[in-house]
Design a protein around this ligand. Structure first.
Ligand code: FE2
Length: 410
């Protein structure tokens, strides 16, 4: 595999007076070129290596043969870090978008962020880089020495400053502080915001991520999308809060029915129903205690039209599409049409990025766990026989979705 020096997408002098034309020429044409060439030379010794990208190499340095590992680490780092650096440079772009909100939330305000970033840059000893990264959904400022990259540690870069002397010595000599200050005038915040949005998608997209709670940002986005689809949604912090709200939402004396749901067990709703310490009419109780098959069948039909139907879902996209899978399909009529009030309790780990991810989450994550659970309970296993994709409500019904900031259900 062979890498090429990426061309700058702007003129060498376009960052003047903050970074001068001559520095850009040397930095890109000589230094970045040298990292590219040395990376290729190292990789030539192992033609069997085949990675999708240079970033992929940095994520898998342990898979690089030992005889070239250090050369690859340094030069692939130099190759990728500079490629990334060029892209986040542009004059006259103001801080904006989701990344602005995240910076203000994490650091209090932009000035604090600038101060922290500047201090980290001044305190870096020797050559290296200072980064704004996303780590498990949190913004952090970190530094790396030499050409080390946060990518190798599973962290996602959003913004970086090159603190090698070759990046500033021609113009600023030993005045590193002046260079750092000038850097703040040439940050392409549009690109940084794009990096931030993509980083959040990456976090949600990987399979391991299906069990991670969504960021506050993503929950808010999903709630807004649901409202446009005529679905009431809110976020609570704990399962105790969820149970409290659920009790408030269902008036005394109401007829209720529940789907079989791990989430309802975990928040204590199933136990509350069993305790009979409530004054609702629980159709499921009647159904379970009825032994006559004909009467049971009647009650099953009655359960579908229950005034309130409470359960959970399997996945929800940030656009607000809801996916529910079922073996029997018993809860689907109520969710889709026949119950006037539907309440879903949903751990925020069920939020995914895209329409495709809904099905990915169901097939690759939920189903294997549910199948395992059924087997443990002595059943042959589970099956996905029916699927409801709930797009929006157009009927005069009340659909409530309560997100809980805890991992509940699968
Ligand atoms: Fe550099």
């Amino acid at each position: 595999m062979k890498f090429e020096l990426p061309q700058l997408k702007y003129a060498y002098d376009s960052l003047e007076p903050y970074i001068d034309e001559q520095t850009m020429k040397f930095h890109h044409d000589k230094h970045h070129q040298a990292y590219t060439d040395k990376l290729n030379t190292a990789l030539e010794k192992h033609p069997e290596l085949n990675f999708a990208s240079a970033e992929e190499i940095l994520m898998n340095l342990n898979k690089i043969p030992e005889d070239i590992r250090i050369a690859v680490k340094n030069n692939c780092g130099g190759y990728v870090n500079h490629k990334f650096f060029w892209e986040i440079l542009k004059k006259d772009i103001l801080l904006n978008g989701n990344v602005q909100k995240a910076i203000e939330k994490t650091f209090g305000n932009f000035e604090n962020f600038k101060e922290n970033f500047t201090n980290a840059s001044l305190n870096l000893f020797g050559s290296g880089w200072v980064w704004l990264i996303l780590n498990n959904g949190n913004l952090e400022i970190i530094s790396t020495s030499n050409q080390d990259s946060p990518i190798s540690e599973g962290k996602i870069p959003l913004l970086v400053i090159d603190l090698w002397e070759h990046a500033y010595y021609l113009k600023y000599q030993n005045r590193r502080a002046d260079y750092i200050n000038a850097f703040f005038s040439i940050i392409n915040w549009d690109k940084v915001n794009e990096n931030f949005i993509n980083a959040n998608k990456m976090k949600i997209n990987n399979v391991k991520g299906f069990s991670d709670l969504a960021s506050e940002e993503d929950v808010k986005e999903t709630i807004s999308a649901l409202k446009l689809r005529n679905i009431n949604a809110e976020l609570v912090n704990t399962k105790e809060d969820a149970l409290k709200i659920l009790k408030e939402l269902i008036p005394s004396g109401s007829e209720i029915m529940t789907g079989g749901s791990t989430t309802l067990q975990e928040i204590g709703f199933t136990d509350l129903l069993k305790s009979k310490n409530h004054d609702w009419i629980n159709i499921k109780d009647e159904l379970l205690s009825e032994k006559n098959p004909e009467k049971q069948a009647e009650l099953r039909k009655k359960s579908v039209t229950s005034k309130y139907f409470i359960g959970s879902i399997h996945a929800i996209s940030k656009e607000g599409e809801i996916l529910i899978a079922s073996a029997s399909g018993s809860q689907i009529p109520s969710y889709a049409f026949s119950s006037d009030n539907v309440i879903w309790i949903v751990g925020t780990q069920k939020i995914v990025s895209t329409h495709e991810d809904l099905f990915k989450r169901l097939n690759e994550y939920v189903f294997p766990l549910e199948n395992e659970r059924m087997k443990k309970e002595g059943y042959p296993g589970s099956t996905i026989a029916k699927i409801l994709l709930f797009e929006r409500e157009i009927m005069p019904r009340k659909i409530n979705l309560i997100f809980v900031n805890e991992k509940l259900g699968f």
